[in-house]
Design a protein around this ligand. Structure first.
Ligand SMILES: [Fe+2]
Ligand SMILES: [Fe+2]
Length: 170
């Protein structure tokens, strides 16, 4: 195990993002099935670390986790039918990048992860291995979330990142 479990590393690298107002708002938006956008992004960050580890790919873990946590930072409920929610699948990566660069200081790798995570639906090729891994992790997590209800581990992470319960602050 590399410097802690994947959930420990997500908390370590993503603390600032996880506790931010925008990210906390994502608890109120549904993503796939009964999974919120917040939980989905945490799943994708954990899955990205697991994939890199299993495939023995050298990555910037901090950038990959931060990009994964913000990859769906579009900050609206895409299930609500509105003119500006049209073509969500194609447009939300750009919206997420605009919101994320407004709220956080991001590296080139982090921005690439957010902008291109919908590859190949959005055809721009990932420029970094971190982007390719997050894009793959996103698809695996989406399938799992559609097919299963949140498990005990997801609920534990959920609790851990709730500031009012003192999680994620140590
Ligand atoms: Fe997305
Ligand atoms: Fe996603």
């Amino acid at each position: 195990m590399k410097n802690g479990t994947v959930s420990m590393r997500v908390r370590r690298y993503g603390g600032e993002i996880l506790l931010s107002e925008g990210m906390q708002r994502m608890r109120t938006f549904q993503q796939h099935g009964t999974t919120t956008v917040f939980a989905h992004c945490v799943h994708v960050a954990c899955m990205s670390l697991l994939i890199a580890e299993r495939l023995h790919v050298q990555v910037d873990e901090r950038a990959m986790v931060r990009g994964a946590l913000l990859h769906d930072y579009f900050l609206y409920d895409w299930h609500i039918s509105r003119k500006d929610h049209r073509w969500h699948g194609f447009r939300h990566a750009g919206t997420a990048l605009r919101n994320a660069t407004r709220d956080f200081e991001l590296t080139d790798v982090e921005q690439d992860v957010i902008k291109k995570h919908m590859f190949p639906l959005n055809p721009a090729l990932p420029s970094y291995r971190e982007t390719a891994i997050v894009s793959l992790a996103d698809k695996i997590c989406a399938v799992r979330e559609f097919m299963t209800s949140p498990g005990a581990q997801a609920r534990a992470l959920w609790q851990a990142f709730r500031p009012s319960e003192g999680g994620g602050q140590e």
